[in-house]
Ligand binder design. Structure first.
Ligand code: GDP
Ligand code: MG
Length: 684
């Protein structure tokens, strides 16, 4: 026991903090993970009041004591640090304790002033700042004598302490008054009373900073008192007293009995304590404001960040390099969840002992870093999931019953895709891998929207393709027939037929109740635009068919057919048998007029009440028929508008002249033939 019962000088005469204190700790605790399972005790009191002797007896430390023979020899000034794992609990009986670190403050004898007093004050303040228990060692005969410089020193310490911590402190220190050379005539209770009165007087007499007027000594300190017999005169009683005192430095068996209380502990792991103590001394020595909580927080920050970084490095080292495929959600979740909890657990194991707010804050930072990394992987995964869901979009719509309108099928497939994506993101969030996937969800939504719009376009394009084909076929069949047999009201019939072809075609694709809803999920105004495009296409087709059909030659033969119908057949549709030339001439004139009557009708598309036909929309250029549907299409194409305006004008005047010439030539032949037939009949 007492494995490292040597001592080092923590702070030397030159007021330097020992830089090798870490090594000392390492030697003391070897490779044990002490964490916060340790205690710090300090002792102060006037010189040669038997402090070192007491500590050595209690803790088997090896602090220098003044040899009785080297009278009043000054032991080396400074603060000494000793370590022990055992404590005296009875005469010649020691027991194991937690790691105890003991600070022995070696001051001056109080006779000197100035420089030494400065050191003593600083040392006392330091002891209060870093210890759980401060033993105030004093002779019995000093009790009640304010001049017994302990009390003067305490006054200074209280004052500085108060100005540092302000009106309230969340950390308390136990002041343990050990009254030496207790003769026994005055009982402890009465000594305690005297000391308490004295302490309260000191407290009352302090110059208190603003806001501290109401604060009490007990807000900062707990007080305990004990006595020891004269070591030289009553060595046995002394040893017994030391043993009794020792039992109270054990905190395992009987926490009630122990001087140690959790509230005295600084809650710093041992290596943090070193840093903290060094900073404290530095602050005290350079007379900077000593802000203990800040010190603790500094240490906690330093240590928790170090631990967090280590945990993160381990996390990164184990991080998977593979990319998870769309169907590997479970693997992804398991792998990332394992890595994350491992990392946070590692951090918690070592960092949770530090100041809670700092521990939590650093934990938040680490969690953030981890989640950022996880999110990269998750984002990639969600991208490939989106891709695979969207790729199947078209197939899934096609797989649904065809009697359901496209827009309805698309909506169902879309909501299924959304559900599947949502369940993946829910799982990722619920398993705590990321706190939010808003960006990813947004990206998914817009990708799905695009895909959905593309599907609608595709469907719409197909509809338009088939619709245009239907319209074209209808126009070819019905309109050419009308053109071939023109009457005065030709264009009334053409338009009537044209509209009915369109209406019929549109009806076969658009929803019954809403005239133009093509059921691909368009807005009403988009459907209206599509309808205008259909009309534009249809008009262009009509225009093309009319102009293709009404060539000069075709018109000549239309006129000739019409002429011949009248010329060759009578009212009863029986072939005429010519009797004399006059008859031929008469019928010829009538038939010719009847035929030429429709040339004007064919030349200009106008209703029977002479209104030129102008399409309600510009004509779509023929080469763009059935190109991509442009829902924002503006009907401003120049040639489209030109064709709209000039739609009615089919044959020009020179064309008409040419046609008439050709027509006359042909009917003349017919007349000559007719006349020859009379000659032939008469000569027979
Ligand atoms: P420190 O300067 O306070 O550390 O005192 P030391 O432990 O070095 O002891 C100073 C002197 O007091 C030594 O000669 C000790 O033998 C003596 N001494 C130690 N304990 C007692 C005690 O309980 N009573 C008295 N009267 N003398 C003691
Ligand atoms: Mg000493």
């Amino acid at each position: 026991m007492g494995s490292s019962n040597f001592a080092i000088q923590l702070i030397d005469e030159a007021k330097e903090f020992n830089p090798s204190v870490r090594d000392f700790f390492n030697k003391c605790v070897e490779s044990r993970n002490v964490g916060m399972d340790y205690h710090v005790i300090s002792v102060f009191g006037s010189q040669s009041s038997g402090k070192s002797t007491l500590l050595n007896a209690l803790f088997e430390t090896q602090f220098d004591t003044m040899n009785a023979k080297e009278k009043r020899q000054q032991t080396t000034k400074g603060i000494w640090l000793g370590h022990t794992n055992d404590v005296a609990v009875a005469v010649d009986k020691r027991e194991r304790t937690k790691d105890l670190f003991v600070l022995d403050v070696e001051g001056s004898d109080g006779a000197e002033r100035g420089e030494d007093q400065d050191f003593e004050r600083k040392a006392a303040l330091f002891a209060i700042a870093v210890s759980e228990i401060l033993i105030v060692n004093m002779w019995e005969q000093q009790v009640g004598l304010y001049q017994g410089n302990n009390m003067a020193l305490l006054k200074t310490v209280f004052e500085v302490n108060l100005s540092l911590f302000g009106p309230k402190s969340d950390h308390k220190v136990l002041l343990l008054f050990v009254i030496r050379d207790h003769v026994g005539v005055t009982p402890l209770e009465s000594l305690q009373q005297t000391l308490e009165t004295e302490l309260n007087d000191i407290w009352a007499g302090l110059t208190k900073p603003d806001g501290c007027a109401e604060s009490s000594l007990h807000d900062f300190f707990d007080l305990k008192f004990t006595t020891l017999a004269h070591k030289v005169l009553q060595p046995d009683v002394f040893a017994e007293n030391v043993g009794t005192l020792g039992t109270r430095f054990q905190d395992l068996e009987n926490p009630e009995h122990s001087y140690f209380k959790p509230k005295y502990h600084h809650n710093l792991p041992l290596d943090g304590w070193t840093l903290y103590a060094g900073n404290c001394w530095n602050q005290i020595e350079t007379n900077k404001d000593l802000d203990l909580p800040t010190q603790q927080i500094l240490v906690a920050k330093f240590k928790t960040e170090e631990i967090a970084q280590q945990a993160f490095v381990a996390f990164s080292d184990n991080y998977p390099t593979e990319i998870f495929k769309a169907n590997e959600l479970e693997q992804l979740v398991e792998s990332l969840h394992g890595l994350k909890s491992q990392c946070i657990e590692e951090y918690d194991t070592y960092a949770s002992r530090y100041a809670k707010p700092v521990y939590m804050q650093t934990r938040g930072g680490l969690t953030n870093d981890v989640e950022t990394k996880l999110k990269e992987t998750i984002s990639k995964f969600l991208l490939s999931l989106t891709e695979s869901l969207v790729t199947n979009f078209e197939k899934d719509i096609a797989a649904r019953p065809k009697n359901v309108p496209f827009s309805e099928r698309a909506k169902q497939v879309r909501s299924e895709i959304e559900k599947r994506f949502q369940s993946a993101t829910n799982e990722l969030v619920e398993r705590g891998l990321v706190s939010t996937l808003q960006d990813e969800e947004q990206l998914f939504t817009s990708t799905l929207e695009q895909a959905s719009a593309a599907q609608s376009q595709k469907e719409l394009k197909q509809i338009l393709f088939r619709l245009n084909k239907l319209i074209t076929a209808g126009i070819k069949e019905d309109i050419i027939f009308l053109l071939t047999h023109p009457e005065k009201d030709l264009w009334d019939r053409v338009i009537e037929s044209f509209e009915s072809i369109i209406a019929k075609a549109v009806r076969s694709f658009a929803c019954e109740d809403k005239t133009f809803d093509f059921q691909v999920g368009l807005l009403p105004e988009e459907n209206a635009t599509v309808y205008r495009q259909i009309r534009s296409n249809a008009w262009a087709t009509l225009h093309e068919i009319i102009n293709d059909y009404l060539t000069e030659d075709n018109v000549v033969s239309i006129l000739r057919d019409r002429f011949e119908n009248k010329f060759r057949f009578d009212e009863n549709d029986s072939p005429r048998l010519w009797k004399h030339e006059e008859e031929i001439d008469t019928v010829y004139r009538v038939a010719k007029e009847y035929a030429t009557d429709v040339l004007d009708v064919l030349s200009l598309a106008a209703t029977s009440n002479h209104v030129e036909i102008i399409p309600d929309v510009p004509l779509k250029p023929l080469n763009e028929l059935v190109e991509d549907v442009d829902l924002e299409m503006e009907f401003t194409d120049e040639s489209g508008i030109y064709h709209q305006k000039s739609f009615a004008h089919i044959l020009t005047a020179p064309q008409k002249e040419k046609i008439l010439k050709g027509f006359k030539r042909q009917i003349n032949t017919a007349v000559i033939e007719a006349k020859r037939s009379i000659i032939r009949t008469t000569t027979h």
